[in-house]
Design a protein around this ligand. Structure first.
Ligand code: NAP
Length: 515
């Protein structure tokens, strides 16, 4: 059976970094939501244990108490009865996950939990899903310690007589996945020494968002889009992720060494772009869609570091209202690093479908509006039959907007005749709001993604070559001294630096900046 349709396997989910922010704000609330049935047909396995691991000493009950507060604050809906039922599967183990000496005790605890929750498989212990929710500098030590622990036998599973009776071990790796191409390659090698590629789940919570997944459904479950989804009909594509908030306290321990390019463009926006631009996979499974994404990224026209400033713009927010410091005034920021809080770039793909069609990506903080969207801008009709009609020449060509957040839907901009005597033409929108149309509650993206890992479906996770492909596209920009020297300040509440407008204006185009 295709992994996508399988039930999630019974397993122990081992979260390294159990006392941290991600576990409290996202992972546990998302799993609790699923346990309450918020995910529709997506349900947790009937037999499941969650083991939180971090160094802070805590009992199971103390850990559950803390998580209860987090679930109450962050889950969509909370009630004591469903929490108590869910919390029974949660346990805690104090230990230094980066040290191999901690693993005999961890292995012992896992064996006991397997027995307690009836999770042991016929030919061994329980299925184990490890989640690296720790600082990235701990990824390699933890992966190495897992390798030495004897807990990982996944490589022998595929060739065992009955793989379904043999326990699996999988690992979910959080972002950031490397800080450049070289470090991503090293991390891939460290993972590859311990886990088979199909046991590695490089997570991108963006790919868990409903509307991101819906891009493929829109393109390939309908027959009207594909014939026009190419260079003949499409002028260009824009992918925007804009935030209104500043960096705040994240500057010191993360953002100032990362910046918008690494934080958003490499890790999320290129992945969203891939869904818009890939060829139809031959089947709807992880391997086929990974292959198409890798092919797409490999066809990106290379950018030379020496001319990268012609394909990209970096900016950082200036001082705003009295309580809004400029980026360089935020606590923990080293102004000499010239970290960008805004990045815009132009990418082209040298393949038959997209030759000559630019893809523009941008992401920034303290911008005019919080939104994530894809804009597919179509070409004008070859002949303007209505050129005599006032204003038609200035009206835009058709445009499809895929709203990913905060609204989830599609908008198709078309031109229509205004009712009444005479010929007056105006722009109109055909709107589809997914929540209005299909109902259902919004579900935190992490929950369904973790379920996918439990059922062995990597479609929404990233393949090794996919990650390296996106780093290869971004690397010249990271290496460009000119781009960083020319970083521009932009006003808070604006749509970013002037250079970003100029990047498109040079091509005779403009950003779609919703009011
Ligand atoms: N927070 C988010 O919204 C978010 C979003 C996307 C990606 N991420 C990624 O997720 C990861 C975790 O982020 P976070 O914000 O949750 O970080 P965090 O709040 O700093 O939590 C880190 C956790 O790691 C534990 N830890 C540190 N050293 C350890 C060791 N040697 N052995 C075992 N546990 C150890 C800490 O607990 P002790 O001190 O008790 O050991 C703490 O529980 C990072 O890679 C981050 O980039 C986070």
């Amino acid at each position: 059976m295709n992994a996508r349709h399988a039930n999630p396997d019974p397993c122990i989910l081992v979260i390294f970094g159990a006392s941290g922010d991600l576990t409290h704000r996202k992972l546990i609330p998302a799993l609790y939501e699923l346990s309450r049935g918020n995910g529709g047909r997506a349900r947790l396995p009937e037999r499941l244990a969650i083991l939180g691991v971090s160094r802070t000493p805590m009992s199971d009950d103390q850990f559950r108490d803390k998580l209860r507060g987090s679930a109450k604050a962050h889950a969509a809906g909370f009630d004591e009865a469903s929490w108590s039922a869910f919390a029974r599967c949660i346990h805690y183990h104090a230990g230094d996950a980066a040290s191999p000496e901690s693993y005999p005790a961890l292995a012992d605890r896992l064996a006991r939990l397997g027995a307690e929750h009836r999770l042991a498989m016929p030919t061994g212990g329980a299925n184990l899903l490890f989640y690296l929710s720790v600082s990235p500098n701990l990824y390699v030590p933890i992966i190495g310690s897992l390798g030495e622990s004897g807990l990982i036998a996944e490589g022998k599973r595929w060739c065992s007589i009955d793989p379904s009776a043999t326990p699996w071990q999988r690992i979910i790796v959080e972002k950031p996945f490397g800080t450049d191409l070289g470090s991503a390659q090293s991390l891939n090698m460290a993972l590859g020494r311990v886990f088979e590629e199909d046991a590695i789940y490089r997570i991108d919570h963006y790919l868990g968002k409903e509307l991101v997944q819906n891009i493929l459904v829109m393109r390939f479950a309908n027959s009207i889009f594909e014939p026009i989804w190419n260079r003949s009909s499409i002028d260009h594509v824009q992918v925007t992720a804009a935030e209104t908030l500043g960096v705040g306290s994240r500057a010191a321990n993360f953002y100032d060494t990362a910046g918008a390019m690494r934080d958003m463009v490499q890790s999320h926006l290129l992945e969203v772009l891939a869904l818009v631009a890939i060829e139809p996979p031959s089947v709807f499974d992880a391997d086929a869609s990974h292959r198409e994404k890798i092919k797409l990224f490999n066809s990106a026209r290379s950018i030379e570091p020496a001319s990268a400033h012609e394909s990209a713009v970096f900016g950082r927010y200036a001082r705003g209202k009295p309580d809004e410091p400029a980026y360089v005034e935020e606590a923990g920021v080293d102004p000499a690093r010239r970290t960008e809080t805004y990045c815009a770039m132009r990418v082209e793909f040298d393949n038959w479908r997209w030759a000559g069609v630019p893809f523009y990506l941008r992401s920034g903080k303290r911008l005019a509006k919080k939104l994530t969207e894809v804009v597919v801008q179509f070409r004008r009709p070859p002949v303007n039959l209505f050129r005599e009609v006032d204003g038609v020449g200035e009206m835009g060509a058709n445009r499809l907007i895929i709203n990913i957040a905060p609204t989830e839907g599609l908008e198709l901009h078309v031109l229509g005749k205004v009712p009444g005597a005479g010929l007056r033409i105006d722009a109109a929108n055909l709107n589809l709001d997914y929540i209005d149309r299909f109902g259902g509650e919004k579900v935190e993206a992490y929950g369904p993604l973790i379920l996918d890992a439990m059922r062995g479906d990597r479609s929404l996770y990233k393949h090794r070559d996919q990650i390296e492909g996106t780093w290869r596209i971004c690397q010249p920009l990271l290496e460009s001294a000119t781009l960083r020297e020319r970083i521009e300040d932009y006003a808070t509440g604006s749509w970013g630096p002037r250079g970003a407008e100029a990047l498109l204006a040079r091509d005779g185009r403009a950003w779609h900046n919703p009011a």
